[in-house]
Design a protein around this ligand. Sequence first.
Ligand code: FMN
Length: 320
Amino acid sequence: MSAAEGGRAPLDPADVDLAVDLCGLRMPTPVMTASGCAAAGRELDQFFDVTSIGAVVTKSIMRSPRSGRPTPRMVETPSGMLNSIGLQGPGIDAFLARDLPWLVQRGARAFVSIAGETADEYVELARRVGQAPGVAGIEVNISCPNVENRGMVFACDPDSSYRVLSEVRPHIPDDIPVFAKLTPDVTDITIVAGAAADAGADGVTVINTLLGIAMDPDTLRPRLGGVTGGLSGPAVRPVAVRAVWQIRRALPDLPIIGVGGIRTGFDALEMVLAGAAAVQVGTVIFHDPSAPVRVADELRDELAVRGFASLDEVRGLAHV
Ligand SMILES: Cc1cc2nc3c(=O)[nH]c(=O)nc-3n(C[C@H](O)[C@H](O)[C@H](O)COP(=O)(O)O)c2cc1C
């Protein structure tokens, strides 16, 4: 008999507690935004109250302002999207002067994503973000190319992942959770997750986009200006659920944030069943800006109808 058939009576959704404690960060719901899909939160606040979601994860910030990769930078694919935005952004000075203070003053939990081309760049960003008032958490995006290693992605290599996280962690106060954001484009993601944890990461965020290419039927050439792009959306969800499941199995005590193709409350529940402590929604925000609130409401309903009163009762249940 399945857990859902195990004689649990449905609950009133109002009796379901969605609150989570993510390494000491109390969040009213487990649903966060995914980095890069909601800028720094201000745009979303016109659609819903950004203080009501778990946290706003900001677009990965780099040391200097960047214009990103050549256009076109977005292509629709079956059940997904390819993007080659290329970490476009204002740079750390403008972020700390303008974007972060807005989020903090607004009362949102600000989870700041940092990205560097070298280990030293990560350290500088970690130090500056770690000292900024009001930061709720830091996501270290090691799924971007590493110029020190001929453009290879840090998170493709356990040693590079260990190096970045071990150099970054001492510069961030202990009470600010540090999550390493990993790529699924590796043979065994559990080894990279283990390296990040050994280096002092409090948890991991999985997954970043998968590398893809789409061809233009007229030009018979790649459609993206930058040729390759990151695949996201529902097409990647089974890959993300698999990554969460494998990491939970290999490292049962490591907190995991599940991200990849979540569109509905059941999609979020899938991640939690696989072992995620929290989830992020990304691509869906582009056509439904209030998705972070809707997904949380639907997750509450999914739990209620199955008779579960809290996320603690379902986290990792698929492993039992
Ligand atoms: C347009 C776009 C920009 C993104 N930018 C970032 C980024 O700056 N940093 C990062 O860690 N992930 C970035 N991502 C990846 C998302 O955070 C997320 O990991 C991925 O898209 C899978 O989730 P989804 O299918 O819900 O979008 C970006 C994704 C998209 C679609």
